[in-house]
Design a protein around this ligand. Structure first.
Ligand SMILES: O=C(CO)COP(=O)(O)O
Length: 253
């Protein structure tokens, strides 16, 4: 059975106090509302990681993730944070290749392949993001475009390595726009990506990989998206900054 994952990407939001409050509320609500069947991942900005991890404590279904890591293991790279450093602070997951990093920080498929390898080598679970722009969607070439992102960044991995990767399909036109992909559009793409993974790694491996949807997911549309057979969870931006919304999305499973 594939893991059901609801991950919150806080992006560059939340002060120290706000982050503590949000985390404490999420931990309490998840306990009170019996959310044991869903894996929750909180991905705050770097400085929060240590405290968020402490606040999560021994809660078995809540994990902490970073939003990025370096493609290098260690050394003179001012301002960077490596996967081994994250792992040493108890971080479990790391988002790699978010469209904002691809666009604003010019991260290429090749660089992302290296980051995924760094994350895996340090024992972190990469949440590898992929997705197409509005232009590509309108031109109707979204499927080959997104498949290529997987081929280029992930297909050098062994079957054992890819089994440890979580994929997040995030159509760029749906991120922060309030415009969600329909559940059918999401399912169609997730199915295509899983088939693509199967073509390289076989059906059993492809069927074991969680593929999350991201892009304006909120309590009002989560149940429909999450009801689709190939949608194994969500990567939530805006709605992950409100404990009630984040928990309600997880509860729609
Ligand atoms: O980019 C996202 C998560 O990584 C999605 O953001 P929104 O949920 O704010 O659209």
């Amino acid at each position: 059975m594939r893991k059901k994952i609801i991950a919150g990407n806080w992006k560059m939001n939340m002060t120290y106090e706000e982050g503590q409050k949000l985390t404490s509320e999420i931990v309490q609500m998840a306990k009170d509302e019996n959310l044991d069947g869903v894996t929750l991942v909180l991905n705050p900005p770097f400085p929060h990681l240590y405290v968020v991890k402490k606040l999560i404590g021994g809660t078995s279904n809540i994990f902490v993730g970073a939003q990025n890591c370096s493609d290098k293991e260690s050394g003179a790279y001012t301002g960077e944070v490596s996967a081994p450093i994250l792992a040493s602070f108890g971080v479990d997951y790391v988002i790699i290749g978010h469209s904002e990093r691809r666009e604003y920080f010019k991260e290429s498929n090749e660089l992302l392949a290296t980051k995924v390898k760094q994350a895996l080598a340090a024992g972190l679970t990469p949440i590898f993001c992929c997705g197409e722009s509005l232009d590509i969607r309108e031109a109707g070439t979204h499927e080959p475009n997104v498949k290529y992102q997987l081929t280029d960044s992930l297909f050098d991995l062994s079957a054992e390595e890819i089994s440890k990767v979580v994929i997040a399909y995030e159509p760029i036109w749906a991120i922060g726009t309030g415009k969600t992909a329909t559940a059918e559009q999401a399912q169609e793409m997730h199915y295509a990506l899983r088939k693509h993974l199967a073509s390289k790694y076989g059906k059993e491996v492809a069927d074991s990989i969680s593929i999350l949807y991201g892009g304006s997911m909120k309590p009002s549309n989560a149940a429909e998206l999450l009801s689709k057979p190939d949608v194994d969870g969500g990567l939530i931006g805006g709605a992950s900054l409100k404990s009630r919304d984040f928990i309600d999305i997880a509860k729609s499973y």
